[in-house]
Every structure is written in C-alpha cells, then in structure tokens.
Design a protein around this ligand. Sequence first.
Ligand SMILES: NC(=O)C1=CN([C@@H]2O[C@H](COP(=O)(O)OP(=O)(O)OC[C@H]3O[C@@H](n4cnc5c(N)ncnc54)[C@H](OP(=O)(O)O)[C@@H]3O)[C@@H](O)[C@H]2O)C=CC1
Ligand SMILES: Nc1nc(=O)c2c([nH]1)NC[C@@H]1CN(c3ccc(C(=O)N[C@@H](CCC(=O)O)C(=O)O)cc3)C=[N+]21
Length: 293
Amino acid sequence: MQILDGNLVSKATKEALTLKVAQLKTQGKKVPHLAAVLVGNNGASETYVGAKVKACEEIGYKSTLLRYDDDISEFKLLEAIEGLNNDPDVDGILVQLPLPKHISDEKVINTIAASKDVDGFHPISVGKMVQGLSTFIPATPYGIMLLLKHYNIDTAGKQAVVIGRSNIVGRPMSILLSANTNPGNCTVTICHSHTKNLKELCLSADIIVAALGRPEFVKADMVKDGAIVIDVGISRVADATKKKGFALKGDVNFAEVSPKCSFITPVPGGVGPMTIAALMQNTYKACEDKNFE
Ligand SMILES: NC(=O)C1=CN([C@@H]2O[C@H](COP(=O)(O)OP(=O)(O)OC[C@H]3O[C@@H](n4cnc5c(N)ncnc54)[C@H](OP(=O)(O)O)[C@@H]3O)[C@@H](O)[C@H]2O)C=CC1
Ligand SMILES: Nc1nc(=O)c2c([nH]1)NC[C@@H]1CN(c3ccc(C(=O)N[C@@H](CCC(=O)O)C(=O)O)cc3)C=[N+]21
C-alpha cells in the first residue's frame, strides 16, 4: 500500500509555479492575481479561503480577498463580481461556496467572466472540459488528476466508480477519468443517492473516488484487493479530545480500507492540498493567456 501524499505533490506543484512567477517578474511581465470572494463567516470556508490566499503569497501571486456579511444582497454581490470582471489587473475570480440561501449559486457562477473562471464552474468552462478543449478544470478533480499523474498511475482501461455527482467534484471527476488522456481512459460509473447496488459496484472497481460527504462511508467490505482509493470527503466531526473541538474525517474508513489498497489518499493531506495546488495552476493559466494577448 502506498499513500498518495497530497502535501508533497502540492508543494512540488507550487514550487514549480514559484519559479515560473520569478521568471515572469524578470521579463517585466504581469504576475498572476487571484481575487477571492468570501460571503459570511463559515468556519470551514474561512480555513479554505485562508489557505488559498496563503498559497498565493508563497508563490508570489497577487491576491485580493473581498469579504461581505452574509446579509449582502444578491444584486450587490453580482455588482462586486462585475467590478472584478472589469478590473484588468485581476486574472482569476473565485467565489467561495456555499453561499447564503438568498443568493443563487447559478447567477453568481454565470456572472464570473469565463476568461477569469479559475474554479471552472462556468457553463463555458464545463462545456469545453466535456469536449476535451483547453480550459479551467474544477480544482478538486484537476488536483486528483495531477496526483495520479505525479505517481505515474496507469489508469487506462480501469473500472472507476465515482461516488457523488456534484458539479464541483463528482460530475467533473467522471468526465476527466473517462477522457482520452493520461491519466484517464477509464470506464466510469457515476453513483449517487439513488444508486441501488453501490456496494457491488465498488467491489468491482479498480479505482474508487469517494465524494459524497458522509464520514467513513466506504468500508473494507466495499473495496477489492489492490484498488486505488481517492478520498475527497472532508467532514468536521465533533471531538472533545482535539484542540479545535473537531476532527477531520474523510469519506473512507482509512484504518480498515488502506491495508487492501495499492494506493490511497489520506484525509487531511491528500486531495485537499491538491485542490489548492490546482487552483494555483488555473490562476497561472488565466494570467498566461493574458500575457500572450
Ligand atoms: N478536499 C477537497 O478539496 C474538497 C472536498 N469536498 C468534500 O467532498 C465531499 C463532497 O462534496 P460535494 O460534491 O460538494 O457534496 P454534495 O453534497 O454537493 O454532493 C454529494 C453527492 O453525493 C451523493 N450522495 C450522498 N449520499 C450518498 C449515498 N449514501 N450514496 C451514494 N451517493 C450519495 C449525492 O447524491 P444526490 O445527487 O442524489 O443528492 C451527491 O451527488 C464533502 O465532504 C466536501 O466537504 C468538496 C470539495 C473539495
Ligand atoms: N468556489 C469554491 N471553490 C472551491 O474549490 C471550494 C469551494 N468553493 N467550497 C468548498 C470546497 C472545499 N475546498 C477545499 C479546499 C482545501 C482543502 C484543504 O486544504 N484541506 C486540508 C485540511 C484543511 C483543514 O485543516 O480544514 C487537507 O485536506 O489536508 C479542503 C477543501 C474547496 N472548495
């Protein structure tokens, strides 16, 4: 069993970007600028946005954090996004999800200029991804592809089961794994809450991507020997023995499942840091496109 170390690969990805940014600077070119928008004060969102801003600082990107109270009107938020769209210095825009209930995710996502959509959630980005064209790939599935690539894992012809069909993780993951690329070329089954024979499907899978958001849902009796298991889930579970009062749990019961695997990602330190690295990669791309205009 080998652990796929997201911290390590994320660090290597960020270091490569750091060198590229230093080069841009010596050439007198524009450095990437990411604008992150955070509405409200959800603890987990604060952590993730904080990690993204910190990654920008490490690499040498410019970053701007726009914070709004959770009672901001939808109109005002859309106006703020338009402002970022029209700011020539801003290369990438990220609006942290989830948003308060009175704000439509769809309207927000559609308002972000496709050329600055570093989350890859805009319908134009999604359409291009489905067609295999160059575009921004949603950071979590992109990070997983970078991780598989780093470890040279041969996925061609393998049976992959993706648990979860959200627009931000499961659905794009299924598209990427089935694409004619390396990694890719898998035969993909996508599962959701209506799936009836999930256990059997998982048992026949060479690759399982768990992205359903249920702590330790995937157990040893659902995994075949030698499987590759990617744990996307990240839930905060109350735990009085922890300093922060909670523990982070993945969607996979790591203790029981890991001995059966050929490769597995831990939580934390697996997919999470790769998500940040992939976002940094997308932000570089957004700026690069501009430097060549
Ligand atoms: N590490 C990282 O970088 C990231 C981690 N995450 C984490 O990944 C997890 C999933 O996130 P996200 O995709 O946004 O979640 P969503 O809640 O949007 O989607 C969950 C999906 O899982 C399906 N599902 C739920 N319960 C079951 C079940 N019992 N059996 C089969 N399918 C089920 C749902 O089905 P249906 O469609 O039918 O409702 C849905 O498609 C969360 O823990 C989240 O915190 C998310 C983003 C990034
Ligand atoms: N517009 C938008 N884009 C996103 O990319 C986006 C989002 N909204 N909303 C929420 C999810 C979640 N997400 C994570 C990012 C980093 C870690 C991460 O760094 N995790 C660390 C642990 C961090 C901790 O200590 O909590 C790890 O797994 O090692 C996790 C999850 C991005 N998301």
